[in-house]
Design a protein around this ligand. Structure first.
Ligand code: ATR
Length: 274
């Protein structure tokens, strides 16, 4: 049985073990997937111990995505640009010394797949992304690859959004700003700030949404986030990040096992368990 895990701190409430157990059952892959709390000051050591004990790959979550980036031998282009890794894959025979550690980030693919599943048209769309932290950095490349008409990144600290837009400007029409320079209308607004965690809402104009706009929050919970409630009251269709979680997991599973999972029943079950 090949071993995989998710590293985080804290990690107790991670849904990844149950998601991957469902994928394994669906595809008939014999894998073991556990949750491991790595020490805050030694992520790479924890990963190396896991490999020495027979680990073949791992997911990485808060706060280790940047640390994981630094313990890879090979990085995918999107991981290099994101500066973060959420998927570690061992190539070669893990028991000998000739293996390499590959790092990728599947968060952006997960977001795009979930948006497509919701029926959101990304090509030609006017997109606004709120926030300029690690979560946003990881999704910009796959979003720009969908050829939106425009992509604005707005952040509380405007300079961070401007720097981010500069880093991705060769991939498409992207601009960065503070919240005060957000006007709209937008066809899709994605909340990638951590403001939802504290029940806060970025200051946004009432003119934000086009008539058939969608609002997506990368967070999820049993109840809609403040941002989604605010968006629903202004006529936008709302989507939370639970689908993104399942889709990024499916992409990681594919990289490890070469098999695609059916995400719909897994998402449905997870939704009921919130
Ligand atoms: P993550 O990995 O979740 O992206 P992060 O890198 O710390 O975490 O980024 C958090 C993001 O949420 C930032 O864009 C932050 O804005 P600043 O860059 O101005 O700090 C944003 N954020 C956090 N709390 C917020 C709040 N109450 N209102 C608006 N934005 C907030």
């Amino acid at each position: 049985t090949d071993r995989y895990c998710v590293f985080g701190h804290p990690i107790g409430h991670s849904k990844s073990p149950s998601i991957h157990a469902a994928f394994a059952e669906q595809t008939g892959e014999a894998i073991e997937y556990t949750a491991i709390e790595a020490p805050l000051d030694d992520f790479c050591g924890a990963w190396q111990r896991f490999v020495a004990a027979g680990g073949r790959g791992a997911n990485v979550t808060v706060p280790f995505k940047e640390d994981a980036f630094r313990c890879c031998d090979v990085l995918s282009t999107r991981a290099r640009r994101a500066g973060a890794v959420n998927t570690l894959v061992l190539s070669g025979n893990g028991k000998s010394s000739d293996f390499k550690v590959h790092g990728d980030t599947t968060d952006g693919v997960g977001l795009v797949r979930d948006l497509v599943r919701h029926g959101v048209a990304l090509e030609g769309a006017r997109i606004l992304v709120l926030g300029a932290g690690g979560a946003v950095r990881g999704v910009l490349e796959p979003l720009l690859a969908q050829a939106p008409q425009s992509l604005q990144v707005a952040n509380r600290t405007a300079a961070k959004a401007e720097a981010l837009a500069h880093d991705f400007s060769d991939l498409g029409a992207i601009i960065g700003s503070g919240f005060e320079d957000v006007q709209g209308p937008f066809d899709l607004v994605i909340n990638g700030t951590s403001a939802s965690l504290s029940g806060e809402l970025p200051p946004l104009p009432d003119t934000l949404f086009s008539p058939s706009a969608g609002a997506y929050d990368m967070m999820y919970g049993a109840e809609p986030t403040v941002f989604l409630r605010w968006a629903a009251a202004r006529g936008a269709g709302t989507m939370d990040g639970l689908g993104m979680l399942v889709e990024q997991a499916a992409e990681s599973f594919f990289q490890w096992r070469g098999k695609r999972s059916d995400t719909a029943p897994v998402l449905e079950r997870l939704r009921r368990s919130l």
